[in-house]
Design a protein around this ligand. Sequence first.
Ligand code: ZN
Ligand code: ZN
Length: 266
Amino acid sequence: MAFLNDYHVHTDNSMDCKFPMASMCEQALQSGVREIAFTDHLNHHLLDLDLGFYRADKYFADVEACRARYPDLKILAGIELGEPHRWWKRIAPIVDNYPYDLILGSVHWVGKESMFDANYYRGREPQQAYHEYFEEVVQMVNHGGFDILAHVDLPKRTAYGIYGAFDAAALEDDFRAVWQACIDNYITPEINTKSLRLSVAEAHPNMDALRWYVEMGGKRLTFGSDAHTPDSIGSGMGEARRIALGAGLHYICHFEGRRIIQWSPL
Ligand SMILES: [Zn+2]
Ligand SMILES: [Zn+2]
């Protein structure tokens, strides 16, 4: 696929990734990825392990070095914000003062509870656990300050060991609330392929959930592997394309300077 781009990739600017940006670039080129966005974590939750880890100066020095070293790879400067609606005062000075091409918004925490902590799911019925998560996502999307909604239904991956298979149909109202907020606020959903590599074996979102977005008038879309290791870069993009086309989306968006600059046919 000539357009092949991966808009959700981590480097050692994230605490949970050990690989320098250059090694991710080399693998991207080998995998046929032509456009990549490095979206390292910026988290402010007081219990988050990587609190205080991200340094924008160091990140942009890596981006500039890699742009010079790999001219055949289009490198976009990105960032993955954790709950921007809750930490905006601390985030704004960073996103306003550095030249990001795109910004991901993610919910990893609902209140004081981590979506990666099994106790969140053990203490709730599945419907309730997902509903509280989706309500947080809607708040975040309505707040804005970012461009792309990351892993829309993250808990289906992190709850898989407790709840088992995910039933999107049971959560249609919650998905539609998220999609409406995305459409109203010009926020682009991604198809995140990380979960295809894990037990849940289903992208964020699956085809049914994405179809509701299309029915409601949604058109914008990006793809992201959420790679934390070089071997995952670009993975699952064929499946992402199949999901997008099956749901009725025929274009992928390209970003630059926090704007959509081009739509490529899938
Ligand atoms: Zn994330
Ligand atoms: Zn990520």
